[in-house]
Design a binder for this molecule. Structure first.
Ligand SMILES: Cc1cc2nc3c(=O)[nH]c(=O)nc-3n(C[C@H](O)[C@H](O)[C@H](O)COP(=O)(O)OP(=O)(O)OC[C@H]3O[C@@H](n4cnc5c(N)ncnc54)[C@H](O)[C@@H]3O)c2cc1C
Length: 235
């Protein structure tokens, strides 16, 4: 199942909850504070038609992704923002959605690993909804997965096995090829996080699973932070 489908389904479920109001098309401009205590007391935001509004709140969760709203709030209230760490990871991948990829032996998914460190090209195929497959080609250093359709296929043909190439050589590509660099976290996550998450929730009562999910994600992120710290030392 693709991420857009999961996100859309979740959004629809949330919109059905009677005590939650979703304000679509709004952009938060900043977190506001009561000047005498410096505590956050609400947000300024802009609606889809451009009007500016304030929403007061006792509790604000900054889920804007990179946390820049919180950092700006800390600066505006004379507090020190948290230290930032940059990690250079020289891995790139290019991905596209294909219709009717024919994976050998009807495997559910494919992961072609390079024989590191000599080799650095890899690829994976994961099933998505409606008989579609997400195909991802990976490279490190000077091996840059291409965004041109023919070159994408040629790159797949040079992988350590032909499984990915054979699966897509006659399949219909449905999207442009999307390329992104310097991301390594995504590699292998579908094969590690999903089974771990399933194991962690197995046997729990339905009403316990909300707490479990929150705990699991916090521990996973903490683990990730600990795991990336040594990477910085090797940079
Ligand atoms: C190309 C790519 C591939 C990835 N692949 C994987 C993967 O395979 N597995 C994995 O686990 N992770 C992957 N990640 C990382 C994953 O997407 C992020 O870790 C995750 O999305 C972070 O979730 P989030 O809710 O914190 O932030 P986001 O998903 O970034 O959500 C933040 C939301 O806040 C909105 N927003 C931002 N600012 C404002 C504002 N001022 N006002 C209103 N709304 C605002 C944004 O529009 C966005 O909708 C990938 C990331 C990228 C970019």
């Amino acid at each position: 199942m693709s991420r857009p489908l999961i996100e859309r389904t979740l959004r629809r479920q949330v919109e059905r909850l009677g005590n939650i109001k979703v304000r679509g098309g709004c952009r938060v401009l900043n977190i506001v504070s009561e000047s005498h205590v410096h505590a956050a007391s609400g947000i300024h935001y802009q609606t889809a038609d451009g009007s500016l509004k304030t929403l007061e709140s006792d509790l604000i969760v900054d889920a804007s992704g990179n946390g820049s709203l919180t950092v700006e709030f800390l600066k505006a209230t004379d507090r020190k923002p948290p230290a930032e760490t940059s990690i250079r990871v020289n891995t790139r991948y290019a991905s596209a959605l294909f219709e009717r990829a024919h994976i050998w032996n009807d495997y559910k998914g494919v992961f072609t690993f390079p024989d590191a460190p000599e080799e650095s090209c890899g690829g994976l195929i994961l099933p998505a909804e409606n008989d579609r497959h997400q195909v991802v080609l990976i490279g490190r250093g000077n091996d840059i997965p291409p965004i041109d359709g023919d070159e994408f296929l040629s790159y797949a043909r040079e992988l350590p096995t032909l499984t990915v190439y054979n699966a897509i050589k006659n399949a219909k590509r449905l999207t442009e090829i999307f390329q992104i660099g310097n991301i390594v976290r995504a590699l292998g996550q579908p094969f590690t996080i999903v089974p771990l998450s399933a194991l962690a929730t197995a046997g729990l009562l339905r009403e316990q699973q909300g707490d479990e999910s929150a705990l699991f994600n916090i521990m996973r992120n903490l683990g990730g932070s600990v795991g990336t710290a040594p990477l910085r030392l090797t940079d």
